[in-house]
Ligand binder design. Sequence first.
Ligand code: MCN
Length: 787
Amino acid sequence: MMEITVKTDENKYIGRAIKRREDHRLLTGKGEYLDDIKLLNLHHVAFLRSPYAHAKIINIDTSRALDVEGVVTVFTGKELYNDVSIMPIMSNVYPGVKKRENPILKPQTQRALAYDKVCFVGEAIAAVIATSRAIAEDALELIEIEYEPLPAVVDPEKAISKGAELIHEDWGDNIAVSYKVEAGNASAAIKKADFVIKESFKINRQSPNPMETRGVISKWDENAQSLTVWSSTQMPHLLRSHISKTIGMAETSIRVIAPNVGGGFGGKALIYPEEIAMSYFTTRLNIPLKWTEDRLEHMKSAAHARDQLHKVEVGFMKDGRIVGLRDELILDTGAHSLYGVNSTYNTASHLPGPYRIVNYECDAKVAVTNKTPCSQYRGAGRPEAVFVMDRIIDMVAKKLNLEPVEVRRINLITINEMPFDTGRIYKDGEPLVYDSGDYLACFEEAVKAIKYDEFREKQKKALLNGKYLGIGFSAYVEGTGQGPHDGCRIEIDPTGAIVCKVSSADQGQGHKTTWAQICADTLGINIEDVQVVIGDTGAIPYGSGTYGSRSTVVSGSAVLNAAKGIRTKALKIASVLLEVPTMELEVENGRVFHREDQSHGYTYAELAEWVKPHKLPAKFADIEPGLFVEKYFIPETVTYSNGVHAAIVEVDIETGKVEILDYVVSHDAGKIINPLIADGQLMGGVAQGIGGAIYEEIIYDKNGQLITGTYMDYLLPTASEIPKITAIHMESASPRNPLGVKGLGEGGTISPAAVLANAIEDALLPFEIKINKLPLSPNYLWSLMND
Ligand code: MCN
């Protein structure tokens, strides 16, 4: 289905299309997902969720539920109020951002169980603990709650206007976050421009919808005084830290394990109230507990994403040069602001993208409304930014009667300008400087692969036959591989077992294969000899989680550093044993030997044996026992991937249905570790991007009731909606990490909305339509054509 262009080098594994070692087990049903885990005496939890978008809780009567046979107890917000603190914010405001933008940030509001008020349909209010899930669910229905309904706030613009009903009364308004990003002087530049376009854009609310819903098992061990939590999460280490903070338990007493996770897509890059509540319940009851979310719960209680409004003003010259850009951005974050500054900052800092826009201003606000809280979804703010920016490029082209490809060529940053300083800072507080990449060459690859030169002729001919074909392009830059850190601990024991423990958590990205590739090449061993352990705080003490396409950069570099550390230690031990300097030694096939005489040498296993009992104590005086090394990689700042998507579509003007005839991704994520996985990542990403562009939309009615809570109403694309995708990998090494890699897990999702909107508008040129919102549903397109 895909054509691949990859450059490889002399490594045995890095850069090679190694088949994923996880697949056989997962595809033959042998994976162990959260719901597969069985523990002795396991009890079950069901959460009672609010039917109101906004209401006061006057009284909760649990007596009838407690009478049900098999019910152990019922928890409400009242029981948790003193023992469990408010959920901590997901991300910090880094000092650089604080100093430059000084964002206004309201305090956190979300509790493990709602206490005196509910703020969205689906918010957890109470939990029943019972011997079976069925009993727990039956008992839920017997809990009687007296509510005092309040007016629901559903429109984000109205929410932040004066006099709006307050969701969190203490705040005094419904603005969770506000700040302004500035570089150059956008207003002055726009004033001097030959032309100005003002436009608004709306990006649909979406649900990341992994195949596996959320789930938690929690087990308190009274004897050991330790808590183990299994969660279908992207962030085991952060979950451990949040449990510690909220229920007041030392992190050293908590172990979090992410078993096989059936997709996360950002929706599990979040610490949820249920995870905290489950941790608390088991410590109170001393019974192991399980909660597995059903799809209906997932649609209304697991985080949503995107949902942005933009008001843009762009100034440009007759020749197509964009000279100034202003944006007013509102994120509708729902009832609680979980990611604070970060959710909008991703959009604000990625909006100018690969285009040379030095005069830029973005006024960002996060509005709270009575909807499910928003978090990150693959691309996390970048698909939104790119939709706006690439629509602008096409609008500029239309105004000047130029081809959109020409306007892109004029504005794309060139390789001679690299590293390119945008004059802004990134969310980590560091200068936002694009590190490497040939954006124009990447663009030309896509132009060539989509056969743009032949297209206009083809389009004209098709139109004569009543067929509406269109071509679209979109280009993006993505900050990937953010800090703070990740770690790897490699242990080799005298049996020869090589265990590589990495702090990343995988939801389908193939980390076990990728880390094994890096480890095997660096240690000079066969890939089959490396066992990789991930997603377990018991394996390695610190880690940051899998999100923001960061793992290959951060965890991958940690693996490299740890493997280098093992090599160094192995050489040192061998040098003592062989009585030769380390520089005379070499490593091959898991054995350290003397360069001149290969018969003198030791395998890693033998070296591990030597340092275990310390057979030669005097000689080993300065060598720590054990052949293990633990290393962390702390990136100086992010590294910037870039890419271009191009598509050809046909629009049926009778129905508004869009068929994607061709799709090209030209992409640069630095050195590619595994081209097979990279292609899979791009393809899956594009599929999700197409879903968000054409099919998916979370809709609420005016009372804050979710009306797209099932797969009958929330349309996900299936395989038949996904076209053939051609992927081209360019490889501009990043100077910011030892592997030269950049992230790519989200790149596929970033451009589809922009590229398809541009292609559709191009196809419907005779109708003179203007696309400024998503999704590009048949209804929307039909009404644009017919209005
Ligand atoms: N890779 C590579 N060379 C590079 C970069 C990456 O070969 N230069 C390959 C590696 O094999 C790596 C994979 O691509 O295992 C993804 O690497 P990276 O870009 O570092 O992204 P992460 O591993 O940090 O994954 C996170 C990213 C995000 S943010 C979301 S959301 C997402 C995604 O990855 N969610 C996913 N891909 C997903 N894929 C699956 N199947 N399920 C999800 O939930």
